[in-house]
Design a protein around this ligand. Sequence first.
Ligand code: PSU
Ligand code: MN
Length: 293
Amino acid sequence: MKPIELTVALESTVIAHGLPHPHNVALARELEQIVADEGARPATIGVIGGEAVCGLSEAQIEHLATAEDVHKLSLRDLPAAIARGWDGATTVATTMHIAHLHRIPVFATGGIGGVHRGSGPPGSGSFDVSNDLEALATIPMVVVCAGPKAILDLEATREVLETRGVTVVGYQTDEMPAFYSRTSGLPVDVRCDTPQEVAELVQACHQLQLRSALLVTVPVPAAAEIPANEIAPTIDAALAEVAARSLRSAEVTPFLLRRLGELTRDRSLHTNLALLRQNARVAAQIATSLTRM
Ligand code: PSU
Ligand code: MN
């Protein structure tokens, strides 16, 4: 009997708003291939003409990667996108929601959103916390990432994950990775060295009927890493530009990722691609371990 193939969800905001063309199209294709090579089924998620699509076709991915009028859909934008027939790319939070509706247990992304630097308390005028954290707290599935994006306030993001009861797993590491860098100085809750060990944690989550996600953080491969002290001044420079331009909240992350690519002459882009590939591979391996249980 052929074993059941588990699906691994992939998001589309990273394709439409996180990576430049033509890298985004090539990468989207590559991630699906990596998942398939590991014996799982890839499903890239996005919204086409007001329909939430779980398993975009190549043409649909290409459309989201190249068209001008593709919305960045956080969860709050999803009702309008469906009712008004928009095309849109789904963030981590929105992808998790749609994947969960389709009972998909594992999702791979690059870096999660979190608490932005300088974010004050609600009402302070500077409150900016990604809806990704809310989704992680309320949607039960495995989310594989390279840590919160380095442009964020990592300490505060780590703290909110704890407050909201999200178990942070270090995949072959004791430290939460920081997207471009393998280290952050911040701890994980539990270390797993194999996909099987992650699968055992998933089983425990099920038994306990926990409603939160299991956040598996995988350090970027050493060869592609940009050490934290090297990327820090560049992030500061890009953040200063954000402040000078008074960008709207949803525009901040795409702007920062693009500027970092320009300022590092594509070094950060290649790091981003490397970690996305690795996360897809680990996610697929976790999915295959889950089918064996
Ligand atoms: N990971 C990447 N690149 C990206 C993103 C993640 O490597 O562009 C996207 C994800 O879709 C994530 C979003 O949900 O950035 C966070 O945006 P915001 O900070 O506006 O919530
Ligand atoms: Mn935000």
